[in-house]
Design a protein around this ligand. Structure first.
Ligand SMILES: Nc1ncnc2c1ncn2[C@@H]1O[C@H](COP(=O)(O)OP(=O)(O)OP(=O)(O)O)[C@@H](O)[C@H]1O
Length: 355
């Protein structure tokens, strides 16, 4: 009887999960490299938690295999997979003190007694909770409870750490602090692969080495945050990773798309028929431009938002198509109904496939 304790990453090999007739995870093929943080990002119900639970061993795939450290664990019970898991609601044992909570997984593994004390101390140290070892969960704040839950997951020295929306019960300020701490933990544990489920794109962009975008039980896209942001594979990814102007148009030549009668030069080659052009709002400038390779479109201001350091100006090219420009704070912002021009480089207008 062995437990997988090596690092070595996670592999989903065509993993499908169904509840009755409903397929909730459809032939997922995905590899998380050793030491990598992979975010599973997608809307509610897209299958993220199901994928994570398949790694943990809490759901059994209808088909396909899960490998941890190169080894097929599909048939192994959860406690023999060498995983640590942290969920949204901490799930600490209320009647146990912090140190006993952290020791729980080690005792279940029947680790030697003196080894347990050492590992508990190490895990509490790593999460900054050493001073709270003798408290009960009810005597801790939400953020502290989540740190204990992370310490408990780390105490078994897992090769794989599974995190399911670990920050969503915390308030915004605490969330950003904890996000930084998870980043530090990742650097301190370079061999541990992390699978991080979230529907919050900023968490995914901040923490993940790569992001797997899920929608309707399927993997839609996978890449580094920068790749997905700069060159989204689909309109769905473009709108889910960062904010995006998505302009529906028709190809009319190499690198040229017609949007509402305006010919835009785009990055992303050539195709036929309909296409969506993605332009990030912060890459759109206000006013004319006569620089080569820069698109200019005109329209009427339909929205103006002041956001402290920036203004968001929405301009309608037509009844159907609007563009938003996110620009530095304007001294004299245009008025609603005013006719203005906006511009963006061809390099920043990306032709994407429809989802
Ligand atoms: N035990 C279950 N029995 C039946 N259907 C289930 C069960 N667990 C999950 N589902 C369904 O599977 C689908 C995927 O659920 P999953 O929890 O994986 O989504 P998710 O992307 O993690 O969503 P969320 O962000 O809301 O947690 C959903 O439609 C859900 O209703």
């Amino acid at each position: 009887m062995t437990t997988v304790t090596t690092g070595g990453g996670i592999r989903f090999d065509k993993v499908s999960v169904a509840y009755g007739d409903t397929v909730v995870l459809d032939s997922l093929d995905l590899t998380v490299e050793p030491g990598e943080v992979m975010a599973l990002l997608g809307p509610s119900g897209s299958g993220k938690t199901t994928a994570l639970r398949a790694v943990a061993g809490f759901v059994q795939p209808a088909s396909g295999r899960v490998l941890i450290g190169g080894r097929d664990v599909t048939g192994l019970p959860p406690y023999r997979r060498g995983i640590g898991m942290v969920v949204q609601q901490y799930a600490l044992f209320p009647h146990l003190r912090v140190d006993a909570n952290v020791a729980f997984g080690l005792k279940a593994q029947k680790a030697p007694r003196d080894g347990i004390a050492e590992r508990v101390a190490e895990a509490l140290e790593m999460t900054g909770m050493s001073a709270y070892a003798k408290r009960y969960p009810r005597e801790l704040s939400g953020g502290q409870q989540q740190r204990v839950a992370i310490a408990r997951a780390l105490a078994i020295r897992p090769g794989v750490l599974l995190l399911d929306e670990p920050l969503s019960a915390l308030d915004a300020q605490l969330r950003s602090g904890m996000l930084a701490e998870l980043g530090r933990l990742h650097r301190d544990l370079p061999d541990v692969s992390m699978l991080y489920v979230t529907h919050d794109q900023s968490e995914a962009l901040t923490l993940a080495d790569r992001i797997a975008v899920m929608d309707r039980a399927r993997l839609q896209d996978c890449g580094t945050p920068r790749e997905l942001y700069r060159s989204p594979g689909s309109a769905f990814t473009a709108s889910f990773v960062g904010s995006a102007n998505l302009l529906r148009g028709v190809w009319c030549g190499a690198g040229v798309v017609d949007v509402e009668g305006v010919r835009l030069r785009v990055r992303g080659g050539e195709g036929a028929g309909e296409v969506t052009v993605c332009v990030r709002p912060h890459l759109v400038g206000l006013g004319e431009s006569d620089e080569p390779g820069v698109n200019v479109v005109k329209g009427v201001v339909t929205g103006l938002q002041w956001r402290g350091a920036s203004h968001r100006v929405t301009v309608a090219m037509s009844d159907a198509v609007e563009m938003t420009a996110e620009v530095g704070e304007l001294r004299e912002p245009p008025g609603l109904g005013e006719r203005v021009a906006v511009h963006f480089a061809a390099e920043d207008a990306v032709a994407v496939a429809d989802a």
